[in-house]
Design a protein around this ligand. Structure first.
Ligand SMILES: [Zn+2]
Length: 486
């Protein structure tokens, strides 16, 4: 046993490895899991900077949020990378994957590098970045890929009014643009993710609903019918089949959309399905009650869809679950409160309610802890080329852990949240859940303990490259960087 103390000892840990619950004492050194000892006598001489007694708790590989919007740069009144990462730590996430629809849009190597440098100073948790891919930035795709992006991300709609230029590298306006774009990303081969909703259907439905005066809260989900998502997924899958491009369908909200992904997988296509926890728990009845505060895109669906999605969790069609954490200012949401829901921005700031909500589903028997490991950690790490560095408890992996107490009941209290969008979480406020995230640990460093985030660890988080042969040099540089910081 060397004299240099370990960063962290989690003694008496019950932990997940290879889909099984095991027991041992986990030791972390220089940010990585050094060894897992099974005999109690082995740890009597161990020196560690931090010691956690895992008795009564369950240690998971650090949770990874596949889908967040931290609004930085460009809309930091809604959220910034510091507050977003604090909220991630509070919610049990050791790694987040941030979306590129910011200003300036993350659609060039230059904006990507600037965003990495800025987030390295602010984040408490590790992070990956999607690179935007649109009809306007073919010349940037290869360069962004070399910087190890999580994947490409495209919205199938025109850019928001007045910001068309900023988002030309993020959107594909019609099937022609999408077809050309997918031929370009297919040359690189890195997975291409999509927000699938056919905006032309939405546009025409919205106009029709205004015309007939159907302008209550239900306007939101009636203007975005299931077919808008299903048709859009069908097109992406059809183009993927012909181009051979690997794709990911973000935040699938309909059972029929899942069925398309299931069939594509069965046909041998390389497609990843993501859903968000709110589609598994809340129907559009929540929009009828909470109006703009339950407004997100795609919208919450019928109870039939909510129930239907669970079957695709069970059969593996859904590979991963994200939060789609999408904060806005309270005042912006209020605009849609007195009718006129279409004027409020879409999105729920849900990174702190995601895991508590899912733990409650585990308590109810709708989900096993093994499934949870896959959906929010192991599969996600594999999809993003981070496994076994992330998503795994084994010697050599990063010392990332989310530690859960399944025996503790929690009442969700939005006043205790770290996201700037906390006031918008009215639909979760006061909800009682079984299970609590007790610790969030990033590379051996405790960034959250019993609901209190170690805000002084600002800047501890680091950019996580997707593993790929041609960015290995960058990867090694980053590893040195980690070690020098200790
Ligand atoms: Zn999103």
């Amino acid at each position: 046993m060397t004299k240099e103390p370990y960063d962290l000892l989690i003694k008496n840990a019950v932990y997940f490895a290879e889909n099984q619950l095991r027991q041992g004492h986990i030791l972390v050194r220089q940010g990585k899991i050094d060894c897992i000892l099974t005999s109690d006598s082995d740890i009597t001489q161990v020196m560690a900077d931090s010691v956690i007694d895992g008795t009564g708790l369950v240690v998971f590989p650090g949770f990874i949020d596949s889908h967040v919007h931290f609004r930085d740069p460009g809309a930091t009144a809604k959220e910034d990378f510091f507050t977003g990462s604090c909220a991630a730590a509070a919610g049990g996430f050791t790694t987040v994957c941030d979306m590129p629809n910011v200003t300036p849009c993350t659609c060039t190597a230059e904006t990507l590098m600037a965003k990495i440098a800025d987030a390295e100073k602010k984040s408490l948790v590790d992070f990956g970045f999607y690179g935007a891919a649109g009809f306007g930035n073919f010349d940037q795709l290869a360069a962004m890929d070399k910087i190890g992006i999580t994947g490409f991300k495209t919205f199938l709609q025109p850019g928001p009014k007045g910001q068309e230029e900023n988002f030309s590298g993020l959107v594909a306006y019609d099937d022609g643009e999408l077809w050309r774009l997918m031929n370009e990303t297919a040359k690189i081969g890195t997975r291409h993710f999509f927000h699938c909703e056919n905006y032309k259907i939405i546009e025409k439905m919205a106009a029709y609903l205004h015309e007939i005066g159907e302008e209550g809260y239900n306007f939101h989900y009636q203007s975005r019918p299931n077919i808008a998502e299903v048709q859009s997924i069908a097109t992406v899958l059809q183009f993927a089949r012909v181009t051979g491009q690997k794709v990911g369908i973000c935040h699938i909200s309909t059972a029929e959309g899942c069925e398309l992904v299931k069939k594509a997988k069965a046909a041998g296509m390389d497609v990843v399905g993501e859903t968000c926890f709110h589609y598994l728990v809340y129907s559009h009845a929540a929009i009828d009650t909470y109006g703009p505060f339950a407004k997100c895109n795609p919208p919450l669906r019928s109870q039939e869809d909510v129930d239907g999605l669970w079957a695709y969790i069970a059969d593996g069609t859904i590979d991963m679950i994200g939060s789609d954490h999408a904060p806005h200012q309270y005042e912006e949401k209020l605009v849609g409160m007195e009718k006129e829901i279409w004027k409020a921005p879409s999105g729920i700031p849900s990174i702190e309610t995601f895991i508590p909500t899912m733990l409650n589903q585990v308590a109810k028997g709708k989900l096993t802890p093994e499934q949870l490991v896959g959906l929010v950690s192991e599969h996600t790490a594999k999809v993003f080329g981070l496994y076994p560095r992330k998503g795994c408890i084994a010697p050599g992996s990063d010392g990332d852990f989310t530690i859960i107490d399944f025996n503790r009941e929690t009442v969700i209290d939005i006043t205790k949240m770290y996201t700037k969008g906390r006031k918008n979480n009215v639909m979760f406020d006061g909800v009682k859940v079984q299970g609590r995230v007790c610790y969030t640990i990033v590379r051996g460093n405790i960034v959250m303990e019993n609901g209190v985030v170690a805000t002084q660890e600002k800047g501890w988080g680091s950019y996580i490259y997707r593993e790929k042969e041609d960015n290995r040099a960058y990867a090694e540089e980053k590893d040195d960087y980690h070690h020098n910081r200790r």
